[in-house]
Design a protein around this ligand. Sequence first.
Ligand code: A3P
Length: 323
Amino acid sequence: QDQQQELISPECKELLISLPKERGWRTPNLYLYQHFWCQPKEIQAIISVQNHYNAENTDLIVATIPKSGTTWLKALSFAIVNRRNFAHNQKNHPLLTSNSHELVPFLEYKLFADYENIPDMSRFPRPLLLGTHMPINALPDSVMDLKCKIVYMVRNPFDTFVSIWHFMNKLRPEYLGPLSLEEAFDMYCRGAIGFGPYWDHMLGYWYESLRAPQKVLFLKYEEVKENTCFHLKKLAEFLGFPFSLEEEEGGAVEGIAKLCSFDKMKDLDVNKTGKGAITAGFENRDLFRKGEVGDWANLLTPLMVERLTDIMEEKLAGSGLTF
Ligand code: A3P
């Protein structure tokens, strides 16, 4: 059924047969590919990325697990990198008329989604900002071997689950039948979530950020929310586009923070009525729900909180990564 739903190459169909599978969130099944769970079409795209994307030194990669602040981090990164051409207060700033996923395309959903049409990325203007949900170990060697940089945003796993839960309820096709909160939570806790287990995903980027801080910048959604300007400056420096004193005094940092803020972005026409920023079926408005820290308290039972707390404590033990 998975294979009939989507355009999958014969090689990928064959591969799927050999992979462990679980019930899916918005496709019939998730498959375990290279130690992470994925939908069939994503696996195919990831194989294309691995085979055909040759990174260049100046490429900048924005990496996350779904629902941990990707849309926001892409907007911040785009605004920083392109501010010489588009000042934050410019009336025609691209972020006012395009969703950030259009401006910072996903490797696996946009650029390499069609296995029959591989883009020639050497022709793209540089510097290139690209998005991915792929775990660090799955990225092509060129990304790790060259000087290109990766910025990763993690979000506390409780809010990330709640965000996914609401998102999936909007996207899950009717023919798949309902997925109860309990079942979804159990799948999440067992790691069976797109690009998960989440703990493996975050730890991969976390350890690399410790080993090579010039290569991977590790940001926490909650901290960026708490002090956006501070982290914006850090991000700009890391990406190689530091703010000058003049810019700081002129309000560029605050300006970008405001331009990319949840309230501002949610209210834009492109994000109220636009479609297809990530893939054809998506409504842009579904990418903006509450944008808060701690919304998990409205959904999770004490038992659920206890279970996920225990799992995270065990998985992150000794890593130095905490929430
Ligand atoms: P909630 O569902 O908790 O509201 P992603 O972009 O990775 O899909 O993550 C989506 C989550 O980020 C949603 O969380 C969404 O509301 C929130 N979000 C989107 N834009 C944001 C912004 N500019 N600032 C902060 N949070 C944002």
